[in-house]
Ligand binder design. Structure first.
Ligand SMILES: Nc1ncnc2c1ncn2[C@@H]1O[C@H](COP(=O)(O)OP(=O)(O)OP(=O)(O)O)[C@@H](O)[C@H]1O
Ligand SMILES: [Mg+2]
Length: 445
């Protein structure tokens, strides 16, 4: 019998609140895992940035990375750690680096998902510095085009947004040809998509996926940042949850993103995915508030599972099984096609192994998370993030606001777990269960 230590590294940027809570819960959990003849304990560290020999082995078994999409030093370290040291990293860095919105739209169009019609248009202006062949190329091949015709082909209203966008940079809703021309004039060097607007919609949902765990959050893009994620519960029936779950798991496994968020709009009974290249999703308490404890717990479950079981990292994406499933289900209803893709996703995510792991090794995690989010350490983490983002005179007010929403989550979580326990005991006694799980991959919350 051996004592083994598995190390989880947190590769962080401006993140303050979730790492502090993740570490705080790990301290309280003091997890040790009896696996075969071994006892496995967990250590968690923040990854530092420093020179390294490419051949020097990495300390970590799992890395939760938050900077790959903009910080090359860490991104290249992450790639080295995967290739040379078999580290499991959330998320696949090659995929983050190369998959823009455009590729994700194309891939999911190929799988038959109802991505709104989308055009790409060449940019209005170019940066010529360092590109000596640019002018010649444009002179020879860039065709003059009639933007009005593109607008007419797509139809109004539409959204203009960068093909590689993020954080709402350069996004505008366009009602008519005149507005399209004005927006294009102002778009500068951005390479833009024009996308048919899905409106009016009945629901805007952000589906946050962490491994096989999916959380559906109603989203109001018109609200101020701290109110965009709504606290509405049980707003969509199980059949819609299934569509969103299968969509999210398909997208996430297709691109090797264990942690990603997929935005979808419901209109006339159809869920339109509109933005799902978000492989470093918002994790801050200042936007997630009520939903923040779920995210921290989900990250803990999945990273512990990956570390303890030494889950192998899928280094290449291997799209062929999805494309084969697309061929085999051609002409069938979307629901059926999604189920075929999601079956591949579930296998890739080892859903059965993960659920068994949580049941055997982490039955007390929910209770520890619940207790932690009532602690001063949790409140300090919230305050630290608020202090970093809000003006001094708003720090107290917003700390209290987010704290009160986290406490509301604790109330609801306690209720849900009590109902679940009642359901289990009445099921054991032969009666039908009292409640239904809100999210099959995760916990009812
Ligand atoms: N096709 C569409 N139909 C309706 N609304 C849309 C559409 N495309 C974009 N929007 C609106 O514009 C917002 C920003 O678009 P999108 O999410 O694609 O950009 P982003 O820069 O990636 O945003 P974020 O980083 O917040 O996810 C969406 O949240 C939504 O409100
Ligand atoms: Mg978006």
């Amino acid at each position: 019998m051996a004592h083994v230590t598995r190390r989880i590294g947190l590769s962080l940027g401006a993140d303050l609140c979730w790492p502090a809570c993740y570490e705080g819960i790990l301290r309280a959990l003091k997890p040790t895992f009896a696996v075969g003849p071994d006892t496995i304990s967990i250590e968690c560290e923040r990854v530092s940035i420093e020179p390294y020999d490419l051949r020097k082995p990495t300390r970590y078994d799992v890395v939760l990375d938050r900077v790959t999409h903009w910080y090359p030093t860490s991104r290249e370290w992450v790639k080295k750690a995967i290739l040379l040291d078999d580290v499991y990293v959330l998320n696949n860095p090659w995929s983050i680096q190369s998959m823009e919105k455009q590729t994700t739209y194309c891939a999911m169009m190929r799988l038959g998902m109802p991505i709104p019609d989308t055009w790409m248009v060449p940019p209005k202006e170019y940066a010529h510095e360092g590109l000596p062949d640019l002018q010649t190329t444009l002179d020879r091949y860039a065709r003059l085009f009639d933007l009005g015709k593109v607008g007419a082909a797509l139809g109004y209203p539409m959204f203009m947004k960068p093909y590689d966008g993020g954080a709402w940079k350069g996004v505008s809703r366009i009602a008519d040809e005149e507005a399209l021309k004005t927006a294009y004039e102002q778009s500068g060097r951005l390479v833009m998509h024009l996308q048919k607007s899905v409106e009016p919609y009945e629901h805007f949902v952000r589906c946050v996926g962490v491994g096989p765990q999916v959380k559906y959050i109603r989203y109001d893009p018109s609200a101020p940042l701290h109110d965009r994620y709504e606290m509405t519960r049980d707003f969509i029936p199980e059949a819609d949850q299934q569509v969103l779950r299968d969509t999210t798991l398909t997208i996430n496994t297709f691109f090797g993103w264990d942690f990603n968020s997929c935005e979808a709009l419901l209109k006339d009974g159809v869920w339109y995915p509109i933005d799902f290249a978000n492989a470093c999703p918002d994790s801050q308490v200042t936007s997630l508030h009520y939903h923040f404890p779920w995210l921290v717990a989900a990250k803990l479950r999945w990273s512990l599972f990956c570390a303890v079981t030494k889950r192998p990292m899928r280094k290449t994406l291997d799209w062929d099984p999805y494309l084969r499933a697309a061929e085999q289900t051609e002409g069938k209803p979307l629901r059926e096609r999604l189920a075929a893709y999601a079956a591949i996703a579930r296998e890739r995510l080892d859903v059965a192994g993960f659920e068994a792991f949580c049941e055997k090794h982490l039955p007390h995690l929910d209770e520890v998370v619940w207790t932690f989010f009532g602690s001063q350490t949790a409140k300090d983490a919230i305050r630290a993030k608020v202090t970093a983002l809000f003006p001094a005179h708003e720090i107290d007010e917003f700390t209290e606001l987010f704290w009160s929403r986290v406490q509301l989550w604790r109330e609801h979580d306690a209720e849900a777990r009590a109902a679940q326990a009642r359901g289990k005991s009445s099921k054991a006694a032969g009666a039908p269960p009292a409640t239904k799980s809100a999210s099959k991959g995760g916990k009812a919350r």
